[in-house]
Design a protein around this ligand. Sequence first.
Ligand SMILES: [Zn+2]
Length: 383
Amino acid sequence: MADPVAIARDLVRCRSVTPEEGGALTYLQGLLAQAGFETHRIVFAEPGTAPVDNLYARTGLAKPNLVFAGHTDVVPAGNEAAWSHPPFAGEVAGDKLYGRGAVDMKGGIACFVAAALDYLDANGGKPKGSISLLITGDEESVAVNGTVKLLQWAAARDEKFDHCILGEPSNVDVLGDTIKAGRRGSLNGTLIVSGRQGHVAYPDRADNPIRGLVTLIAALQAPLDQGTAHFDASSLEFTSVDVGNPTVNLIPGEARARFNIRYNDRHSQATLKELVEERAQAAAAGRVRFAIDWPPSNADVFVTKPGPFTDLAIAAIAEVTGRRPKLSTTGGTSDARFIKDYCPVLEFGLVGQTMHAIDECVPVVDLVTLTAIYCRMIEKYFG
Ligand SMILES: [Zn+2]
């Protein structure tokens, strides 16, 4: 039996703070190659971003191809002295494995690698179809040289994916409580109101854009919808109001406010932009001159609807834990937003409570249980 605790510990000991590879992919590549996987390392680069190392591994040639996806990069440890166990030591204490990435998501990767190795061991070294692993080192930062390019690379090689399980920490309180089956979209915008600069003592000679900005900000905070069958209500939150005026006696010529929208499947980016611009137009009432700048977003809303794939995952989780997970679409974005363009994707991993925190840790029993769940999923998948 493969030992998920040892694999997780060894991964935590690799200092793969994003975008550093830190030995984590090399370690996984060794394990997988030994078990008969064909492995590929691919470095992607782009001007203005750090080059990032990625790993694709596959065993089997037949359909269906079940993909496990994840990232070995981690967020920085922060103040290392504040940790009760060093963040890159991989110490086990009091039935928990401590370290940066223990739950997000080296622990999850260790579990699906161990599950794949156990499954192969029990089945003469070959799956009925194919098992693939899509592992990036670029998720926690800009996510430019990671999964999105790895998927394109795989498509260019004619790799076909049938279903994907992304091992992000999806559970809220206890292992088996939540599968993420979709994510809201994310769209940024900047509201720019133009006025006329002038002396603050002579406001009649100027046109203060801050007045107009305040009016439009108020109007744009109205609810966007009431939620949908699979999603909570969309939200628009202002994140910054910027005038950049260093003086006290000057009415500025322009004022800006940045906002972010987390939106559900009632909207597309196009209809959402239209809705926001209409509301701003109405509030401006011909008196406020404004424009909205929309930087491109690669985070579209998606949902993996209930069906045989979600049923299989729910059944595997219920058989191992006795819990029936709910299908959730809450939280931020993840690499699932890229994978969903290639095949249906579910996210299921460890419990997320300590992710990105000081003393990130995972109960050893959770690593063992998650491995059993993944193993059950693989068995059911290849029936
Ligand atoms: Zn993560």
